[in-house]
Design a protein around this ligand. Structure first.
Ligand code: FES
Length: 84
């Protein structure tokens, strides 16, 4: 299925790029911009972004790794230590 008509990107292209990035870096935070870059393209009109994101969210490899999930909390705790 074509997701981005401007750049002719399919759902399979998106999933392939996400899987490739996850395999290359287990800690990568994968964004739409990174998917475009991995495919050697860049967004044009942007009207596909909601479908692009929902397609990305269907990929189980998109998930942020567990070790990065507590980063905000760890940073906030560190700030309290420095402030107090
Ligand atoms: S349809 Fe994707 S950038 Fe235009």
């Amino acid at each position: 299925m074509i997701v981005c008509h401007c750049q002719h990107i399919t759902d399979r292209d998106i999933h392939g790029a996400i899987n490739w990035m996850r395999e290359a870096d287990a800690k990568a935070i994968i964004t739409p911009r990174k998917v475009y870059r991995a495919l050697g393209k860049s967004p044009d009109c942007g009207s596909c972004m909601s479908l692009f994101l929902s397609t990305m969210r269907k990929n189980t490899n998109l998930e942020v790794p567990v070790e990065l999930r507590g980063l905000r909390q760890a940073t906030a705790s560190k700030g309290k230590i420095n402030a107090g």
